[in-house]
Write a protein that binds this ligand. Sequence first.
Ligand code: ATP
Ligand code: MG
Length: 423
Amino acid sequence: MSEPIQAIRGMNDVLPDDAPLWQFFEDTVQALLERYGYRRLRTPIVERTELFVRSIGEVTDIVEKEMYTFTDRLNGDSLTLRPECTASCVRAAIQHNLLYGGGQKIWYSGPMFRHERPQKGRYRQFHQVGAEALGYGGPDVDAELIVMGARLWKDLGLDGIELEINTLGSSEARARYRARLVQYLEKHQDALDEDSKRRLHTNPLRVLDSKNPAMQGLIEAAPRLIDDLDEESLKHFEDLQRLIRNAGLEYRINPRLVRGLDYYNRTVFEWVTTRLGAQGTVCAGGRYDGLIEQIGGKPAPGCGFAMGVERLIALIAESQTAKPLGAPDAYLVWSGEQAELHAWTVAERLRDAGVNVVMHSGGGSFKSQMKRADASGAKWAVIVGDDEAARGQASLKALRELKEQATVGIDDLIGLLTNGGDD
Ligand code: ATP
Ligand code: MG
């Protein structure tokens, strides 16, 4: 036998046992986004490399070292597997003139690719669901995006996800701050780690984003952007806070929150949990008023977020207590020659009535089939043997509670299974 071929490191299969959890997440998110009037946009997984370089920024982790970039062998174009989707949304909005009649509230869902070191909560193919409000400049959409997040955690049954917010101000304010920060960091050159030394002159704000524990003291004592803030951004920030306080949300202002991507201005926010170890950010976003113009569109503001699906699924899995999600209603056990045709009829009739039925395949003894029925998580076993077939009936056995087995006609069977069999 030859060596089995494995999946690529950091790229995961979602196995059937986990599929219901993913489905529950995807259904819940979609329903929520639609409740707020966000409409789905689907974009290609591959884009021109330049799109990401121009939007995310040359001196960011993503563009410097995380992109899956390759050359189109026919025309030599440089292409990249999308590492995130905001740039694609903005590209599509410009290309199809979506902002012609005013703002657009859109959402997306799908796989993203980053060449990082795989670890818990950090993969090379991972999934994001995100929302983008394009063409709106006011703090009300920032607040709406944040409130949507809070409602989603509730709909998913998650608690302990905390909100951190900050403001990055205007680009002028950031330039003033940048100068002060560089001065400060230069004074403490010796205390900087390798990454920070490299970023000191290319992207000094990113030093504040360092996860290195040895750097935290220095970062805590660094000058604060809020002291350089322009008046309009300050007002935007205060209005945002008024709106989210009014919605009953608790939050923490984190002056060190700068986000990894270049395109943000004014509002930035993260939803974080302590339950996932080092990879605690489950959703991150902010305002990007310069991005649309930067990618070649008519100047228009924008704001959005992206959440890490794997991290949220891990949280849901951890807080799951109820019966296994996705178990069928019934498992159909059958044996005997006459029984086969009748079993098919029973199964299809039940499906007509909306009952989820797994029909046993592969034969085997009654006992082994009942074992499979139990392992499927189904609430009921529907049993068809030659006797039942001859009389046009089926037997019904409850698998999760003590109840007497009953042999009934198909109509009665449907009745019992569609009202839970409680009468
Ligand atoms: P980090 O600092 O953890 O690397 P980031 O700033 O690179 O995060 P964003 O680009 O803002 O992350 O992506 C938004 C969200 O997508 C993150 O908060 C996280 O939940 C998720 N995410 C990002 N990268 C990965 C990854 N490699 N694997 C799994 N989820 C990820
Ligand atoms: Mg990252």
